[in-house]
Design a protein around this ligand. Sequence first.
Ligand SMILES: [Zn+2]
Length: 607
Amino acid sequence: MGKLMDDWLNNMGDWNISRRRYYGLPLPFYPCDCGELTVIGSRTELAEKATAGFDQLEELRRPWIDRVTIRCDHCGREDLRRIEEVGDVWLDAGIVPFSTLGWRNEEWVPGGNATGAARGLTKADLPDHEYWEKWFPADWVSEMREQVRLWFYSQLFMSVALEGVAPFRSVLGYEKMLAEDGREMHGSWGNLISAEDAFENMGADVMRWMYCGHPPDRNLLFGYEGAHEVRRRLLTLWNSARFLIDYGNIEGFHPTYADLHGGLEAGDLTTTDRWLLARAGQAIEETANGYERLRTDEVITAFEGYIDDLSNWYIRRSRRRFYEYDDAAFRTLWVGVVTALRVISPVMPFLTEHLWSNLVAGPCDDAPQSVHLAGWPEMPGEVDDQLLAEMAAVRQVVEAGRRARMEANIKLRQPLRRIIVRGAGLVSPHASQIREELRVKEVSFDEDTAVEVTVKPNFPVAGPRLGPKIKEVAAALAAGDYEDLEDGGVTAAGETLGPEEVERSERVVLEGWVVAHDGGVSVALDPTLDDELILEGRALELIRALNDQRKQEDLALTDRIVLRLPADHSDLVDEYRDWIAGEVLATSIEVDETLDSPVLVLDAQSG
Ligand SMILES: [Zn+2]
């Protein structure tokens, strides 16, 4: 935007400020045959020079203004008439910072802006100059990119002419809003969405999310499909809050407002708890940066990353701790969800306010009644960068592992024997999490037996930085003469290359293994199944199916059941009775040869 404005100002041609219209700001130019041009500067000056028509002047616009004649000070002629043209609308728009806020107005005039066409529509006061000084220049103005040569320019021109300074401290320009089919919206094309319909069918928060989440340098394709996608993504926040509320109610969790201000004792927390608090701190920093740069799209990107971590990692990894009351887990998740509400409340004021009243204002007597009165969140604890980097790498390994499973066409629920992880030196303290998430019995790190690795420089990225030296680096990499770094980068030929500056390709050496990558991380897995693994996989499938059935039969989360299973599950019951019972809240399991499918009966004696 700055460059566009510079270009415009440097190459400015003449601006034709007049328009042949009826409505608009009448240009106060009164030419005379003697060659004199009188330009009227105020209503008072007009009153002084008027020779006729001033008494009927209801408003300073057509038709009344055209009935006023004035005197020529040069030759004395008394019937000068105004030229017929009015000003370009951007003249009006550009002068607004001066015309409405009391610039050079000595006294505050109650109802002073309720004159002329505004009479009856507003009771607005005309403020005084002191008030104007408080508001000028504006902190922020925002309009479409085209306004560089219209509104942004006319404001700048007026302000520089009158005050010698720019009228705004910052400007956000953006591209067009079009219909979802990429065309302009037109009633006759059937692709127009009225604001009322959009509010009604999308909801104000979803609309705000669409505008705020959109990179301003691209056209926004606005429509119901996009709104649906936003709704789908908001479900992650909604479901996380829902999970906390459901289990909090069951287990009698009562939040403590002070937990938002570093009230959680580090000693009581697990590594995953400390990680979520660090992620919350990181989200606060990242969203604050986005807001300060006026880039709400960056705010939303940071928010979505955080909510994904909260939902698809923290809750997922900690689920069990909520089934039996774990104080640290409840308090950590509460801080995590409430922090999410606070950082996104400027973008989504209604949904966040609703959740705030349920999660915070309701249960905590000392909490502000509104999220919008709570201020910007403090850091919930120290941001442990090492831990954040480790867990980010763990998630990368898990992503790559899932992809490898998909490639091998093996369901996530089927346990496997072994994986080998490469290029993720940070994750070794969290091997047990990786084993659980990827359902493997054994994880080993950086063993060369599984894969043959080749590393090349990523030329488009590393080339500009390294210059001609890149040839030497490439040769060293090709010869295997390099060292791997923890972050996924390498050192070769005396140069250090970041993870984004190298490209790895790997060939599986072990017969039958499958490998997948995520950034610089690779996971190789052995897809071989044995009887033990198959049996365990069947047990996991059964547990999932039974829990789905619990939901379909509308059992409450805490209801205990008596479980009867068909005979084809009898080997599972022999091997895994207690495990299955615990996972589906069964007080007893019985195999019944007359059944075709599982039968769940509410156990009336317990719960
Ligand atoms: Zn004259």
